[in-house]
Design a protein around this ligand. Structure first.
Ligand code: SF4
Ligand code: SF4
Length: 550
């Protein structure tokens, strides 16, 4: 938790503009503890086959860069400008209108002007103008021309400033919703981070999970037997709560559906309750309709921290899910509650590793619904699947079991802005809970505020940054907590289940976090279940204590 108390953090926010040209104060940028993430460990960088693996410390003067680092940055930019048309367009078309300026949670939570999306992009754009744009090159020859062109050369101070601020962007894309030109600052951050990787400048919270994924198939480095053991613990807990054994299948060749979820659901509370919800749902569907779902200890990660490293690394991590689907001969893939996993699937997978023609267009075998939206990726989000089952009256649910959950819903940036998954989670929540209240409209759906910890920034050492970035989301949550007594923040992202728990503890301590399928697991009436007296957290169900007293 941040050493700075919430009141102190609030008092530090200063929106007063600084004086002078922002380009002149680059040298004074201080990389401050609490605001940055530790450097990637050399062994993790080595595992990924990325260059310049060595121990280094962002607080030290010498970052141990290759001698030709400026040439590497120049070539890296050049290649990306040629390869990614959007990047080139985004470099050229910003009119600096400022519509995005106050839309970033990091600017709102810190007041630092370099956290305005427009200025974050200018950090890189200024070098682009200096090295690549004709106007920038011409104007730069005149006295005072560089300032006029908004151009500056690449120096070590500029590189350090880039590193500091591009690791203060969660690639959430809220700014792009408000830009009249659709400029996506997240994409500029992605390019900057690719360039950092050419120099060995990744952060450890990204590089080590990716390295773990290369070695064991998941970010947490869980070995296959431990992954299986964890699910077996959940089976025991579910049996205690429901009296029903929900033992899953692993690596079943010829199963109808392969289920893949982020490893955070298997190893970290409160995601573990969400995972139990999946197991209960699959047991119900097997008993009632013969649904054949398999898990895999090989494709044991839905998340993709490669996305925060480079397109190439993202592609490698994404590929294993499809390789496993092919090996097992399943019809299609069902994906769990995750954030960036869905951005990768929805926006990149098809042209990156697809089309996955060896799989079938997903069709719900129970309702007959064909998921046309997944025609190319062959992968369906579990809230789409469950919403479809509810819509067709295929689930027997007792909403009252969730009466102690006074809900609101946090739209995670990637499923909402990245794939438009806005209504299905709400539909499921409203069918398994009696109490649901929305946060204010300008903080939800496409305009949702980030948790402040996405895109690999969910580390422990940058807690001041995370809690500052969490402030806008926390404000909206506090509002519904005070107005309606909301005590639970629902979400469909594994990073969020961890990050929002910390956010709540810091800003709104009486609110807890729950995945949507935890609520499904509580409400679903399993065939053969015993009289349920506790929810999946082993808390007494509403009304049970009174019954006991009688
Ligand atoms: S809203 Fe778009 S055009 Fe306006 S300053 Fe921001 S990025 Fe530039
Ligand atoms: S993508 Fe999100 S974190 Fe990054 S600049 Fe835009 S609003 Fe801020």
């Amino acid at each position: 938790m941040s050493e700075i108390k919430p009141d102190e953090l609030l008092n530090k926010i200063d929106y007063a503009p600084g004086s002078g040209n922002w380009m002149d104060n680059t040298a004074s940028v201080q990389i401050r503890p609490g605001m940055y993430c530790y450097a990637a460990k050399a062994e993790s960088v080595e595992t990924l086959g990325l260059p310049n693996a060595r121990p280094w410390n962002p607080l030290e003067e010498d970052w141990k860069l290759p001698d030709n680092w400026q040439e590497i940055v120049f070539q890296g930019l050049k290649e990306r400008l040629e390869r990614f048309r959007t990047f080139k367009v985004f470099m050229d078309i910003c009119v600096r209108c400022g519509a995005c300026a106050d839309k970033c949670h990091f600017f709102l939570g810190t007041g630092d002007p370099k956290n305005m999306p427009v200025l974050r992009a200018e950090l890189l754009r200024s070098v682009y103008r200096n090295d690549f744009s004709t106007a920038g090159k011409l104007l730069s020859k005149l006295p005072g021309g560089k300032a006029l062109a908004g151009a500056r050369p690449m120096t070590l101070d500029v590189l350090k400033e880039w590193w500091y601020y591009f690791f203060q962007c969660t690639e959430c894309r809220r700014c792009s919703v408000f830009c009249p030109y659709g400029i996506d600052t997240a994409e500029i951050t992605i390019m900057a981070r690719e360039i950092f990787n050419l120099l060995g400048l990744n952060i450890d919270w990204i590089a080590t999970p990716v390295s773990n994924c290369f070695k064991t198939g998941n970010h947490l480095g869980i070995q296959p037997h431990a992954f299986k053991d964890m699910l077996e613990f959940f089976v025991e807990d579910i049996e205690t709560a429901t009296g029903v054994n929900c033992t899953p299948q692993f690596q079943k060749k010829g199963a109808d559906i392969l289920f893949i979820t982020p490893s955070g659901d298997v190893f970290a509370d409160p995601g573990t309750y969400t995972c139990q919800g999946y197991l209960i749902l699959f047991q119900y569907l097997k008993e009632k309709y013969g649904l054949d779902v398999t898990w895999s200890t090989y494709a044991s990660e839905g998340g993709n921290f490669g996305f925060f490293t480079s397109h190439e690394t993202m592609k490698r991590l994404n590929a294993k899910m499809y390789a496993e689907a092919k090996r097992l001969g399943v019809k299609w893939i069902l994906g769990g509650e995750c954030g960036h996993m869905w951005r990768v699937i929805h926006q990149y997978m098809d042209t990156m590793n697809g089309p996955a023609d060896f799989l079938e267009v997903p069709k719900n075998p129970i309702t007959g619904t064909v998921f046309e939206n997944a025609r190319s990726t062959k992968m369906v989000h579990i809230t789409e699947f469950t919403a479809d089952l509810i819509k067709h009256g295929k689930l027997e649910l007792d909403k009252s079991r969730n009466d102690d959950f006074i809900m609101t819903f946090h739209d995670s940036c990637n499923p909402s802005r990245g794939m438009g998954l806005l209504d299905e989670p709400r539909y499921v929540i409203e069918n398994v809970c009696n109490h649901f209240y929305e946060m204010p409209p300008n903080t939800i759906r496409e305009q949702t505020f980030c948790c402040g910890s996405g895109a690999g920034l969910n580390a422990g050492e940058n807690m001041e940054l995370r809690m500052a970035g969490a402030l806008p989301r926390a404000n909206a949550l506090k509002h519904v907590h005070e107005k309606y007594g909301v005590n639970t923040l629902g979400t469909i992202c594994a990073i969020d289940r961890a990050a929002l728990s910390t956010l709540c503890e810091y800003w709104v301590p009486d609110v807890r976090v729950a995945g949507v399928h935890e609520l499904v697991g509580n409400a679903l009436i399993l065939p053969g279940e015993k009289k349920r007296t506790e929810n999946l957290r082993f808390e007494p169900l509403p009304g049970v204590e009174e019954e006991d007293d009688e």
